[in-house]
Design a protein around this ligand. Structure first.
Ligand code: IVH
Length: 677
């Protein structure tokens, strides 16, 4: 018997609170205090657990959940940007009762009986940004980040044609405007379609692509993505302020900023707000973009000011969320997918059903714990839910509708792709194929090897890899480097030029960095970040191969699991043979490692301002090459602050704390001097 839903939810909530507290603590230890107590990998594990809880129980997601910060803490490569006033988030309401409570609360706070006029706006499901205009010129664009500071992504935001580079009309001298960047559904569908054709992985939902597109270091990529903005508020304004929020939106529009004025309504009391909520619920499925609720704001700016804000949310606004889109359908059968590591995951084949405009015919079942949790059987009537994602979730089984002919979902005893035996290790939620030459594993391994973040072999996507395998042209990643033009001509739609391009791309990949190469090998538990750590520490494939378990474990950020996995990888005769073949074929990963030393052992550097002589990454690499460490924030532990033009608060803090400040030239001299010694 499974526990009642409410009990599961409260257990999940308790764990969620605990995880949140831990993550918040570790996060501030790392970012604010520069004093981490756990490794990145351990942090990641906590975060993954939290994410999994939130996936199962979306109601646990709060505006201040650590999950909401993923990808929005400032990256090394984007300078950080302080907002004119904090970018707040909104409290959530879930329907008429919550809205009436909200209204009553405000009237109490204001000691007022008169009705309050509200503005009803759509809640766009995208990424919040702040745009700063001075003298009408766009001078800065930033992400929300932690609310006080975000990442400066001006170059990327400039590529959005809906963001004016100059304001129009009688605009204020200075303005920080806020809005939501998003991608329309049709554009999203087309993008995914194109990627599917090119054999690239597809995106889960428009919000993810938007966030990813905005955080590209190469703004040309951002430019190629059809993103749009809609502005809904301000952080600062000079001169006279409009009297109502509605007038503010009108003013924004008059200055050339995009708003959703057409769908905005002024409601004279909370009942009109509720009526508008129902209208928007109806409208939602006919909109060209995703909205996940309605935002209700007190219209009078004077009243807004009187109401003020709590720590992270304004008192004068609330987000009334929409219920998730659910439909019923039948679980017809279950198919099994084999991943790169041999993990066999169950996927539900559903009777196709239309869930508010999107035909849903399959859903991930994730693993056998999930199957157990749902108590699901083949033939069951189920409730599917689409939360803005393309792949929906099965949220409930309608057991009361069972006929008795439903069948249990078997755990495969052999690999569906190669027939090899499978094994489920203790503590794991999926079985894994044990076959040495499983074609499904090979396919996934090849896809991973060629992918953009790994060896980045342009043009070698899903479709071509499929053909390479079908024609048995490739039996391991080494075979990629043995391909000849004639081989490729056996493919559909392969001309001379395309074949040459492909071979050139393969050739080019021979000199990728060691870090990419290590990641491409698909060593278990070695993701992007650990590949970088290992590459920096060992500097060459040979050195890594020679490292003992103890040595590996002694490496900062490398835990026992990773160390073991690396050792096991190099111990495997098959892997060793492939590595030798790769080397023979001229695949020689390049190390960018500087001559290693320990002259800066224990020294902590902070880079700030616009660096002109070298990139932040290069500066950090120079420091790390001599055993030093780069940090994002200035504290008593900082030894040097390297300041480029435009350095602000970090430079000031260095002054207060009496920390040595170097300009770029001074820093380079210091490093050169050390290396020469
Ligand atoms: S107002 C102080 N209006 O929802 C007011 N937000 O947690 C803060 N959003 O981060 C936001 N549409 O990214 C506002 N019409 C709208 C919005 C909106 C989407 C997002 C925004 C914010 C989040 C609220």
């Amino acid at each position: 018997m499974s526990k009642p839903a409410s009990q599961k939810l409260s257990a999940a909530r308790a764990r969620h609170t605990e995880l949140s507290q831990q993550l918040h603590r570790h996060n501030s230890l790392y970012h604010a205090l520069d004093r981490p107590e756990i490794s990145d990998a351990d942090y990641d594990r906590l975060l993954q657990e939290l994410l999994e809880l939130e996936r199962q129980f979306p109601e646990l997601i709060t505006a201040d959940s650590p999950s909401q910060r993923i990808g929005s803490t400032p990256l090394d490569n984007f300078p950080s940007a302080t907002h004119a006033s904090p970018m707040l988030s909104l409290e959530n309401a879930f329907g008429a009762d919550d809205l009436r409570d909200f209204d009553a609360r405000l009237k109490r706070f204001l000691a007022r009986e008169e009705e309050i006029a509200y503005l009803c706006e759509m809640k766009l499901d995208g990424v919040a940004v702040a745009l700063t205009y001075e003298q009408g010129k766009l001078i800065r664009g930033a992400t929300r980040g932690d609310g006080s500071r975000g990442e400066e992504i001006t170059q990327n935001l400039r590529t959005l044609s809906s963001i004016p580079l100059r304001l129009q009309g009688e605009h204020p001298e200075r303005l920080e405007v806020r809005g939501e960047v998003y991608m329309e559904l049709e554009a999203f569908r087309q993008l995914n379609e194109q990627r599917r054709e090119e054999g690239e992985t597809t995106f889960a939902n428009p919000r993810n692509v938007t966030a990813g597109s905005l955080r590209q270091l190469d703004s040309r990529l951002t430019a190629s993505r059809p993103l749009t903005i809609s502005c809904y508020g301000i952080g600062a304004i000079s001169g006279a302020e409009p009297a109502t929020h509605f007038e503010l939106l009108q003013a924004l529009r008059s200055w050339g900023l995009r708003t959703n004025l057409e769908t905005v309504r002024v409601a004279n009391d909370i009942e009109q707000v509720i009526a508008r909520y129902h209208e928007l619920l109806e409208l939602r499925d006919r909109l060209p973009f995703e909205i996940d609720g309605m935002v209700v704001k007190v219209n009078s700016r004077a009243l807004q000011q009187e109401l003020g804000e709590k720590s992270r949310t304004p008192r004068w606004a609330i987000a009334c969320k929409f219920p998730p889109r659910q439909e019923q359908t039948v679980l017809e059968s279950v198919r099994f997918q084999v991943g790169r590591t041999g993990a066999i995951t169950p996927v539900a084949n559903l009777t196709p059903v239309n869930v508010s405009g999107v035909t849903v015919s399959s859903a991930s079942l994730h693993n056998w714990d999930e199957i157990e949790r749902l108590g699901i059987r083949i033939g069951d009537r189920v409730v599917v839910e689409r939360a803005g994602d393309v792949i929906p979730d099965i949220v409930k089984v309608l057991t009361e509708q069972r006929s008795g002919s439903e069948a249990k979902i078997p755990e495969p005893s052999e690999c569906p792709a190669c027939g090899s035996p499978v094994a489920r290790a203790e503590g794991e939620v999926v079985p894994r194929c044990q076959g040495m030459s499983c074609p499904a594993k090979l396919k996934e391994a090849l896809k991973h090897f060629c992918s953009r973040t790994a060896m980045d072999i342009d043009g070698l996507g899903d479709r071509l890899i499929d053909q390479l395998l079908r024609l048995e042209l490739v039996k391991s990643v080494a075979d990629l480097y043995r391909l000849q033009k004639e081989d490729l001509f056996q493919f559909d739609r392969m001309g001379e030029r395309l074949a040459e391009k492909l071979l050139a791309a393969i050739e080019q990949s021979k000199t990728r960095s060691l870090e990419r190469f290590l990641y491409a090998l698909g060593i278990r538990h070695v993701g992007n970040h650990l590949a970088k750590v290992l590459s920096r520490q060992y500097g060459s494939l040979e050195a890594l191969e020679a490292a003992s378990l103890d040595e590996l474990q002694a490496t900062h950020e490398v835990g026992p699991q990773v160390a073991q996995s690396v050792v096991r990888f190099f111990a495997d005769a098959n892997n060793r043979s492939i590595l030798a073949q790769l080397q023979e074929l001229g695949v020689v990963p390049v190390t960018t490692a500087q001559p290693r030393g320990d002259k800066l052992q224990g020294k902590v550097f902070v880079f700030t301002g616009a660096l002109e002589r070298f990139s932040r990454k290069e500066g950090e690499a120079l420091v790390e090459a001599q055993g030093g460490r780069a940090s994002g924030s200035v504290s008593k532990k900082t030894d040097y602050v390297v300041a480029g033009p435009g350095a602000g608060s970090k430079l000031a803090k260095a002054g207060q704390l009496g920390i040595a400040v170097l300009d770029e030239e001074g820093f380079l001299q210091l490093v050169q001097q050390l290396e020469a010694e």
